[in-house]
Design a protein around this ligand. Structure first.
Ligand code: NAD
Ligand code: MG
Length: 295
């Protein structure tokens, strides 16, 4: 790692992607190139010393980048993911423990209310508290025509992406202290919905509104709530049906920066929003899009 000035256009992989597809949920470790979650680059400086964080979808992609960064900033970290993703999750555990921090793995399906409520208590009990809740898990399946969108997919997308957030927050309020932080992951799709993502984009719109409203409700308790809106980021979500397969090679290249983003490029914002440095920041949308304006 070096702090020398770097050209954003070429700082990360800027070529075309190989066509590739996996069944959902995909394993990040089988992707080519493997998404860069800051494994060899993120340097901490004690911004989250002693904090306890739970990150959903912490096995891969954006959640994994946040998990690595949080551990390097001194936090103990619990991650949730689907049981199929155990291999990715184990890598994250190793990376967290390499920092001398505690890693708690809680696999399970956020579509199940009982599990989601239990997840919060299990994470808080094993970590010895809960200061930071990152609600980042999400599913995305591209379907070109609304007539082909199954009720099952609509229900699954809504339950995973937004309904589970209500359950998680209801339980987390038993633990979050003054100074606690809730961070959700929305999307540029909240502001600029694609025609092939009618279910997904609508849940992202809901996450944005939910996060702003929750910030207002919790402000007086000293708990801040913010949401991060990524643009096209190279992650497992995209190669297991999130994009039409023929669009994978060009993924992200239409953005002003001219390439897809990497999860590592989002980590600092998740750290900032969780830290004391963001004490005057609540109810906000932070966009990291490669150029698209979130409005
Ligand atoms: P990712 O596939 O690496 O991470 C998503 C994670 O969600 C998975 O690892 C999985 O553990 C979890 N998940 C999905 N369904 C679940 C369920 N039913 N129960 C428990 N966990 C479940 O992809 P990512 O891109 O890092 O996704 C993280 C977040 O970022 C998502 O909310 C996604 O919508 C959002 N996002 C991604 C992009 C992008 O271009 N990659 C853009 C905007 C927003
Ligand atoms: Mg994953």
């Amino acid at each position: 790692m070096t702090d020398k000035i770097e050209n954003p256009l070429t700082r990360f992989y800027d070529g075309k992607f190989e066509k590739q597809a996996q069944e959902a949920p995909a394993l990040q470790q089988k992707m080519n190139p493997i998404p860069d979650c800051g494994e060899s680059s993120y340097q901490g400086s004690g911004k989250l010393t002693g904090r306890k964080a739970l990150i959903t979808g912490g096995d891969s992609g954006i959640g994994r980048a946040a998990a690595i960064a949080y551990a390097r900033e001194g936090a103990d970290v619990a991650i949730n993911y689907l049981p199929f993703e155990e291999a990715d999750a184990k890598e994250v555990k190793t990376l967290i423990e390499a920092q001398g921090r505690k890693a708690v793995l809680v696999p399970g399906d956020l579509k199940e209310e009982t599990f989601t409520r239990k997840l919060i208590h299990e994470a808080a009990e094993k970590l010895g508290g809960l200061d930071i809740l990152v609600l980042n898990a999400g599913m995305q399946q591209s379907v070109a025509k609304i007539k082909d969108l199954s009720t099952q997919q609509i229900m699954d997308t809504y339950t995973t992406n937004i309904i589970s957030m209500y359950w998680a927050v209801q339980e987390a309020l038993d633990y979050l202290p003054k100074g606690g932080s809730i961070i959700t992951t929305t999307s540029i799709q909240s502001a600029e919905p694609s025609s092939n993502l009618l279910d997904y984009a609508a849940t992202k719109g809901a996450i944005t509104s939910f996060s702003k409203g929750l910030a207002a409700q919790l402000a007086a308790s000293g708990i801040r709530v913010n949401t991060v809106a990524p643009g096209p980021i190279w992650t497992a979500l995209q190669i297991c049906g999130g994009q039409p397969a023929e669009k994978i090679p060009e993924f992200g290249q239409q953005e002003l920066i001219g390439r897809a983003g990497q999860p590592a490029e989002l980590a600092a914002v998740y750290v900032f929003l969780a830290s004391n440095e963001a004490s005057y920041v609540t109810g906000q949308v932070y966009s990291i899009t490669g150029g698209s304006f979130f409005a």
